[in-house]
Design a protein around this ligand. Sequence first.
Ligand SMILES: [Zn+2]
Length: 441
Amino acid sequence: MSKPARTRVREKADLLIVNANEMVTLAENNQKPRVGKQMLELGIIRNGALAVKDGRIAAVGKTPEITKVYKAENIVSASGKTVLPGFVDPHTHVVFAGSREDEFQMRVEGASHLEILDRGGGILKTVRETRRASVEKLVDYSTERLNIMLEHGTTTAEAKSGYGLTTKDELKILEVIQRLNQMHPVDLVPTFLGANAIPPEFSNNPEDFVNLIISEMIPKVAEKGHAEFCDVFCERGAFSLDQSRRILVAGKNLGLKPKVHADEMSLWGGAELAASVGAVSADHVLFSSDEGMKAMAEKGVVATLLPASAFSLMNNHFADARTMINLGVPLALATDLNPSCWVENQQLVIAFACHFMKLTIAEAITATTINAAHAINRAGEVGSLEAGKKADIIVLDVPNHKFIGYRFGVNLVDKAIKNGRLVVDKEAAKTEFRLIEEREM
Ligand SMILES: [Zn+2]
């Protein structure tokens, strides 16, 4: 006897995630970065499920609805757990050589930024070490950090150059980013940051270095197509407003979208500059004026806040996130991973954002997912769990999203799925650990 004609044949998916206590989708209204109260809308589905096909999300909904339509051999049970889009980290300096632990000790003892520079520390130490390192070595060092980022739930990240400060070394770092992008599951979005510091060989004539960036570095970077963004460290002692503007405009003319390290150490006009050049984001913004924040809100410039970086400066000053939200500035959160703020973990950044800047947990989740994706022009691909987007998904071993930031200093990620592939599985690691214990008995 044939089956009744109305029985539906279930469609085959590559992977199903089912029975999630909370499925945090952040779905809908994602054409623009979220502002104000929109940052509170997480689009949570209880008893949620999700089907993955060809590396993309095929459907999201309640478990009975999804399992009625889809079947799969690979099924992940998220019973009692929380499922989120993979974190996006929109500001990192992940490619560098060496370390600066001595400087950390000096900061603990109260040394100033200038004292550290005088004693041969600071960014120029990293520049010396990064210049000496080969492409292969830099790939190795950065891979280790990308592994840790992925284990902590980051599936897409921005990566900046900026520790070369010669045309050759800046191109070398961008080549490293390109290689990492091809070989590592974490997707990287490359940013050219030749204007990260004035190198020692130009300390007496910084204007010549600005000209080198504009006339040689930017054209070569654009020609090779190795960067999407052009960033500048706009700050006293680094690049003036006028120099920053010229660099960003030169980049923009050759297709590199502007980003700004703005008002990190002092009120320097970086927020206003970001708004006036049409930057995608202004980052740090610790000391920005109300006028600067209003200008950013008006132009839709994302403020990428870096509370771990502010924390590592040890001066108890954080960006005024609540005022920015009230003014309608879209917020994103990032690690600022670099040798003076060595952190790969966006969960800890969420904890800091809540503790020190009084972001609500919902706002902080929005800022590390969909708004972070907007900050690097990837909101069409990642940052929310919606049909058609990349299947970049994390499963956290907590019953609801309010645990993120509340339980801190540990890694809550149980599984990470990148492009539909299970790349992190802590449960499997636990099984292995049990097996070792048994063997030893
Ligand atoms: Zn930075």
